[in-house]
Structure formats: C-alpha cells, structure tokens
Design a protein around this ligand. Structure first.
Ligand code: V47
Ligand code: SF4
Length: 355
C-alpha cells in the first residue's frame, strides 16, 4: 500500500492518509509501520518516569460535558487544597524518589493568582531538584484573566517561580463543532495552540494531548494531529504526545461507550505515524490500563508514563485502574516486550537505563 511506502521512505503522511489508516481493519499492519518509526526514533528504549500527580482543586468554571471531575464551589464534594496540603502531598512522595510533580486542576473562580505563584515557589523550596510540570493551556488562560497579565507575562512569572514545563491537557479536539457541542466555555483550539506557541517562545516545553472516543469524527482526530504537527514544525517545543481515552461514567456524556482496546491501539499507532516531528508518543496507563499500555509498546509507543500515585480526573469518570503503579512493575511491563526500560526525567534526559 502506498502509505507503507511513504512510511518506509520517511515521507510525511497527509490528512487523507490518516483517514485511510483509520478506515483500515489491518491493525497489525498499522502497528508494524508505527513500530518501524518508533524504532527509527527511539530504538529499543521505552521510557517511564517516577512522578506524582496532584489535582489541587476540582472547582471549575468551565464544566465541560465530558468531565466527571469538576464541581461548582458549593457542591458537597468540591475540594480545594490549601498550599500546605499541596506541599504535604508533594513531600509524602519524596521517598519514592520522584523527579516530577504533575499538577493540574479546575478553573477556580476565587483562588487568587498569588496562590499559583506561591505554590511554585513553595514546592521549589522544599524539593528544589524536582521538575514541576503544571497547568494546562486552559489554566494559563484563566490565570491571565484573573491577574490581568498577558499570557506571556503569566508564563514568565510562573517560570521564574519554578515552573519547569506545561502538561498537554485541555486540547481535547480542536474542531469548533465538537467544542460547541460539549465544552463551549473552554478556550478554542486556536487559542490553545497560541498559548503553547507563546510557552515554547519563552523557553517552556510542553506536551500535547487529544481526547478521543466521544463525539468526534475520524477526520476531526486527524485534523487535530495535523494542527499539532504544524505547530511542532514551527516551534519544536512539544516533548510528547498523549492520546487520552474518553471515560464516560459520571459525565453528561455517560450514554456513550468507553473506548475499546482496538481503538486505543489504532489511535496510538496512527498518532505515531502522523506526528513525524514528535520524538515521543506516550500511553497513559491510567486511562487505557497497564495491559493495553504494554501491548502498545509494539504499536509505536515509546513511553508508558509514570508512577502517578494519585489521579482524580479519570477515576471520577469510572477508571478501574489503580492510581499508583510501582516503578518495578513498570520496568517489568517494558522488559517483557523485549524493550529496554529507561527511567527518564520530564524532558527525557536519562536517569537510569535498566539493560
Ligand atoms: O485536559 C477530562 C482529560 C485531561 C476526562 O501531559 C478526560 O504528560 C478522559 O492532560 N475521560 C487532563 N479524559 C489529563 C492530562 C494528562 C494526563 C497524563 C499525562 C499528561 C501529560 C497530561 O484529561 C484534561 C482532559 O482532556 N479528561 N475528563 C474523561 N472523562
Ligand atoms: Fe474544568 Fe478541565 Fe474539567 Fe473542563 S476538563 S470542566 S476545564 S477541570
């Protein structure tokens, strides 16, 4: 098939190629092509990180229909961590040897801008060597609104206070059609991309995500990938791409079925094939389960994420995975596939290879 020839020659795939791949039922052929690219870029290495997630508040103005995590401030199970609680949570994982804190939360209407700066400064003070990956582009936009500062100034001040990089959340699907139907209060795709461009411009790297398995079409998924690829051509600032499998339970879209293992693997493999300028494709085991995440290592994936410790966004939406996986278990999952487990830090410097 012509796509296989293009992949072998290292040629860029088009929107039409991406749609053709999704229309194919030859999952193994797609996986083999994606694995070819993974090996070209990363050899036998498969990365993981020893990290901890913190979700500091579930109070959020946006109330996206796909989100089971967010609450209005007056709801009974709304929560907001004090800075002391955030610091305690971070400290409690120190003994695991974490190299990264991954912090995202809702758009809280009343928390002041100073809370976020103090969070960065306080964390840096108690754990100076830990990389802080925090705040999606959606939160950055919210900080600009509450502080009256420009996006660039918000990013500069956070960086100065200790922020190391941005996670990839909040991108969802860039199509305006899907946004209008299910997350109309969230910033448009164009703005998400602009904020990432600005972040890369001030020297903050970031990840990118795509929320799939809800009301989006295949063409919209591929369009999303192409728009990420275009920005990556421009800035080179994205470190990894992570497809996020929609979890319907307890959301306003709970009549939809969860994603299948087939779609999870196909989406990871097609992401690897389309995003030729991304070094890393990450399977978030929390969302697709460790079993599919492990199989995905033969379908173009080179990163199995991390220890995580605590995760609320997917677990409020019915995830049955645990919230924590031991580093030894991640190493075992990778080893069994014949790949070499490599502990990395946030920006993919090697912490230790497990030959
Ligand atoms: O922005 C919300 C998504 C994201 C649901 O950058 C849902 O390394 C599935 O972005 N079902 C937050 N997904 C998580 C995120 C992330 C996770 C792991 C690693 C990285 C990284 C980033 O979760 C949100 C939204 O897109 N989300 N609700 C749901 N019901
Ligand atoms: Fe708020 Fe993020 Fe949930 Fe949307 S996905 S409601 S922005 S916490």
């Amino acid at each position: 098939m012509p796509i296989a020839r293009k992949v072998a020659a290292g040629e860029r795939l088009t929107q039409a190629d991406g749609e053709t791949l999704y229309a194919s039922h030859d999952l193994l052929a797609i996986g083999r092509m994606a694995d070819q690219i993974k090996r070209r870029k990363n050899g036998d290495d498969v990365y993981f990180i020893v990290n901890r997630h913190i979700n500091h508040t579930n109070v959020c103005n946006n109330r996206c229909k796909f989100c089971a995590f967010s609450r209005d401030a007056e709801e009974q199970d709304a929560y907001t961590m004090t800075l002391q609680q955030v610091f305690e949570a971070a400290r409690s994982s120190e003994s695991l040897g974490i190299t990264e804190l991954h912090i995202v939360g809702g758009l809280h209407p009343d928390l002041p801008w100073q809370y976020y700066l103090d969070m960065m400064r306080g964390l840096k003070k108690i754990m100076p060597d830990v990389h802080i990956q925090a705040f999606t582009a959606v939160e950055i936009d919210h900080f600009s609104n509450i502080s009256g500062l420009s996006i660039e100034e918000v990013l500069r001040q956070l960086k100065e206070a200790g922020l190391g990089s941005l996670p990839g959340g909040g991108a969802e699907i860039f199509s305006e059609r899907t946004r209008a139907k299910a997350w109309e209060k969230k910033i448009p795709g164009r703005q998400w991309l602009d904020i990432m461009r600005t972040a890369h411009g001030v020297g903050l790297r970031s990840n990118a995500t795509m929320l799939y398995g809800h009301i989006e079409t295949v063409a919209e998924r591929i369009d999303h990938l192409v728009r990420l690829r275009d920005l990556q051509d421009e800035t080179g600032g994205f470190a990894a791409f992570i497809p996020l499998a929609f979890h319907p339970l307890n959301t306003e879209m709970s009549s939809l079925a969860p994603t299948t293992g087939y779609d999870d693997l196909k989406t990871l493999a097609i992401s690897r094939l389309m995003l030729d300028n991304f070094d890393h494709i990450k399977a978030f085991w929390i969302m697709i389960g460790p079993k599919i995440a492990q199989v995905s290592l033969s379908f173009g994936v080179d990163d199995i994420d991390g220890t995580v410790v605590e995760e609320k966004i997917t677990h409020f939406a019915g995830a049955e995975t645990p919230e924590y996986i031991r580093k030894e278990d991640l190493i075992g999952l990778v080893r069994e596939t014949g790949n070499v487990p490599v502990e990395r830090d946030t920006l993919y410097s090697v912490v230790r290879r497990y030959e």
